[in-house]
Design a protein around this ligand. Structure first.
Ligand code: CTP
Ligand code: MG
Length: 166
């Protein structure tokens, strides 16, 4: 899951600048995505996820880590792109529900990256998904994701990278 987990914190660290919606509003008069979704965050986050995935592929070859899922260039790309696409689509609906940037939206804020990553895998690489992600692994992911999400966001808040600790 590293290629899916890394993009969000890297986007928070490196993001900023031009928002993806270019400051524009949707038909309801609210921002399309908001100032929290920027091109720089999207691109640096996706690149970071793919790079950590390529390192995993290299490490699996060099050290024979057969007990881990065998990542491919496609699987790490889908995990990384899916994570931030999920985050972006989450923000689209968050704005439609009238929630401001950074507002708390339980469940959606924690699972957007998992939903995005797994949906992309399901569509573009289902063979890898069903061969490598067992039910036990999936349940672990569902339990660990909100805990990791909270822990990393508290760290992000303490080091002043994030404005809120969620
Ligand atoms: N970020 C970014 N570009 C992205 C995703 C995130 O620049 N595509 C950066 C922004 O600085 C953002 C921070 O990472 O504020 C934290 O991300 P997140 O919590 O997802 O954004 P929020 O500011 O909480 O906005 P939203 O309410 O839309 O989730
Ligand atoms: Mg947020």
């Amino acid at each position: 899951m590293l290629p899916a987990y890394l993009p969000n914190p890297v986007a928070a660290l490196c993001g900023g600048g031009t928002p993806i919606d270019l400051g524009r509003n949707f038909t309801d008069g609210r921002r399309v995505f908001g100032d929290g979704k920027t091109y720089r965050g999207l691109i640096t986050g996706i690149l970071a996820g793919i790079i950590i995935g390529l390192i995993q592929i290299w490490a699996a070859g060099a050290y024979g880590l057969e007990y881990l899922p065998q990542q491919t260039v496609l699987s790490v790309t889908l995990l990384s792109v899916g994570a931030l696409l999920g985050d972006l689509i989450k923000s689209f609906f968050k704005r439609r529900f009238g929630k401001e940037r950074g507002a708390k939206w339980p469940v959606a804020d924690q699972y957007d990256l998992v939903a995005g990553a797994f949906l992309l895998l399901l569509v573009f690489n289902p063979a890898w998904l069903f061969a490598e992600v067992t039910l036990a692994a999936f349940i672990c992911i569902l339990i660990l994701t909100p805990l990791l999400h909270r822990a990393v966001n508290i760290i992000g808040y303490l080091i002043k990278v994030k404005e809120v600790p969620w």
